[in-house]
Design a protein around this ligand. Structure first.
Ligand code: ADP
Ligand code: MG
Ligand code: MG
Length: 351
């Protein structure tokens, strides 16, 4: 009996020594001291809580604060950021994720990211228009991020974002973009195994109504190849984002003045479209945001832009281009000059 007690004691001691070592080894990996995160100001409000600009010991960061009710969303976002090879220029830079409880406060879940001073693409476009090279650069960088996300690498699974929209894209100070908010994202390596109804719901009931693809709105997503289907859903939303972005490109409007920022389908359905309204408009009537009249006169660059956008938001998911192909297209688009710019520059050289 004594021998057993001693054995158990030794095992427990060994276990705690190993655990202590692991904690010590793990310590340098933790990049933040959670008690030293000092919130400075709110920089964004999402569906799940506030995002603060915070001061860590040695750097400025964005701190996304979620309540315990949103644990599932927190865990999903954290686990996606922690997947191997998620460091990429066009994916928001993850610093840490942690749970903390400050004295006298409710426990909170924190996702800590690099702080992007220009905020979301949505916020950026509301306040600023851009010229042609800037718009092409932004569009190319978002697409590059999505293409990377969708691609399986040696240790990295392919990932579908599932809530791609201009509020979930952040703008770097150099004008390139990074995809963020992986609360709904899904690594695509595992096959579905649950009952069919649950699987359909798991896929169909996510995302922002405004950006939902017709097959999602109709509950008609192709589950037999869910990996391809979920990527196609992302590409549909990418097309809407291109429309929002280039609608603020001053170079391609008469008088070089872009109209105020408008969300996709805002003209048709206002600020808070319901699921049923979106289903009627997008899935049944097959309606898409309207291209500005001034885009009609350009047989090359703007015709190409419209073609790419249409190839992304095709009704038939199978007919959409892949993110990788869209990346190529956006690169090519950046090398073209819209007619209005060529006219301006030839006038300048003539005078
Ligand atoms: P939710 O999951 O609640 O939608 P998000 O991660 O999308 O939260 O963040 C909400 C908003 O906070 C974004 O639309 C953006 O305006 C702002 N935001 C998020 N992360 C950052 C960041 N790293 N830097 C600057 N602003 C950010
Ligand atoms: Mg968001
Ligand atoms: Mg989210």
């Amino acid at each position: 009996c004594y021998v057993t007690v001693i054995r158990v004691f030794i095992q427990v001691r060994t276990f705690s020594v190993i655990r202590g070592l692991l904690v010590l080894l793990h310590k340098p990996v933790l990049k933040t001291d959670i008690y030293c995160i000092c919130s400075v100001q709110v920089v964004g409000r999402g569906c799940y809580g506030n995002v603060w600009m915070g001061q860590l010991i040695d750097q400025c960061a964005a701190v996304k604060q979620l309540s315990l009710n949103n644990r599932q969303n927190f865990l999903n976002e954290r686990d996606i950021y922690r997947l191997p090879m998620m460091e990429h220029e066009n994916i928001a830079r993850f610093i840490d994720a942690t749970e903390r409880q400050l004295p006298g406060k409710a426990p909170e879940l924190l996702i800590i990211l690099e702080y992007y001073p220009l905020g979301s693409l949505n916020n950026f476009l509301k306040h600023k228009s851009c010229n042609w090279p800037e718009a092409c650069r932004m569009a190319h960088s978002i697409t590059r991020g999505l293409s990377y996300l969708h691609t399986e690498r040696l240790y990295k699974p392919a990932i579908a974002h599932r809530d791609l929209n201009s509020r979930n894209v952040l703008v770097h100070s150099d004008g390139t973009c990074a995809i963020s908010d992986f609360g709904m994202a899904m690594a695509l390596s595992r096959p579905f195994s649950g009952p069919l109804e649950e699987e359909t719901a798991a896929i169909a009931e996510v995302g922002t109504y405004r950006y939902m693809a017709p097959e999602v709105l109709d509950g008609a997503i192709n589950l037999s190849d869910h990996q391809t289907a979920l990527k196609q859903v992302d590409v549909y939303a990418l097309g809407l984002m291109y429309w929002e972005l280039f609608s603020r490109c001053s170079d391609i409007f008469s008088g070089h003045v872009a109209p105020p920022f408008s969300l996709a389908f805002e003209a048709e359905l206002g600020s808070h479209p319901t699921f049923d309204e979106m289903q009627q408009l997008v899935a049944r009537e097959r309606h898409r945001p309207v291209f500005p009249a001034s885009w009609q006169d350009d047989p090359l660059a703007l015709a190409y832009l419209k073609l790419v956008i249409e190839e992304c938001w095709e009704q038939d998911a199978e007919a959409r281009i892949t993110a990788c192909c869209a990346e190529e297209r956006m690169k090519e688009l950046g090398e073209l000059r819209p007619l209005c710019l060529s006219v301006v520059s030839s006038l300048c050289t003539a005078t």
